[in-house]
Design a protein around this ligand. Sequence first.
Ligand code: C2E
Ligand code: MG
Ligand code: MG
Ligand code: MG
Length: 274
Amino acid sequence: AAKAGGRNRYRFYSDQMRQQAIARSSMEFELQTADWENQFNLVYQPLVNLADCRIYGHEALLRWQHPQRGELKPDSFLAIAEDNGMINPIGDWVIRSACQQAAAWRERWPATPLKISINLSPRQFLLPNLRQTIQTLLTTHGLKGSQLILEITEYTAMQNIGESIRVMHELRELGILLGIDDFGTGYSSLAYLNKFPLNILKIDQSFIHELDVEKENVLIKSIIDIGRNMDLLILAEGIEKPEQAELLKHLGCQLGQGYFYAPPLPVTDIVPPF
Ligand code: C2E
Ligand code: MG
Ligand code: MG
Ligand code: MG
């Protein structure tokens, strides 16, 4: 294998890059020609109170039932949609479907208003009519703003800080809750975090997977402390083991999400107790 250096290795990488480019344009073509409105669906992953394991809400996650390739996860097609602009109609579809679902749940279980959490892409977050779209949906479905959580990543928030702050305040005026997703993977400065009118801080799963009961876990401890001092609800993503849940609870984290509690589920599996 040592001999595979030099020119051969270079060729290996350039072949691989060519393959990737082909795969990407093929995926883009498939997305553009797909009857995606009928092939997409949302699955729902519970967000759980660590203290008593009760459900805090559900995060809507996009899936594509591809007629040939089977079920595709967003990582395989959303970046393409973000680049070519298809994210706008797709994102709109996601918000609409999620609000419809929240309304259906409310009708079915009026005593327990379930929160639904929606991921917004960078482009979607900066669409001028976002507030109007959401306000109309809330009214149409008789939903309270507080039943909706909108998640944006650190990266999205930091793209244009002034504009982000403005949009966030607009959304907060509707009673909507705002969460920062994948926290710790971007380059956000804690000073700016304090300027955003946020409600929930979702710590990226890479930090959760690094937790070690034998160690101090200084970094995550500090994130939780700072977040709590800013009056944020702290949610740990990607909890897979009971020890992680225990430790996070001990460190002051209030909410969790991950395979330990439940994977993303088809809507028919979302049933009480809530
Ligand atoms: P995210 O918002 O950080 O969502 C959490 C991801 O972690 C989901 O991947 C979920 O299936 C996965 N996950 C949950 N629990 C565990 C666990 O215990 N272990 C591990 N290893 N993974 C876990 P998924 O569904 O593939 O989504 C990937 C990303 O795609 C999401 O990350 C989000 O950024 C984006 N996304 C998903 N749905 C939408 C959508 O409707 N619109 C937009 N704009 N982005 C979306
Ligand atoms: Mg998310
Ligand atoms: Mg995340
Ligand atoms: Mg993520």
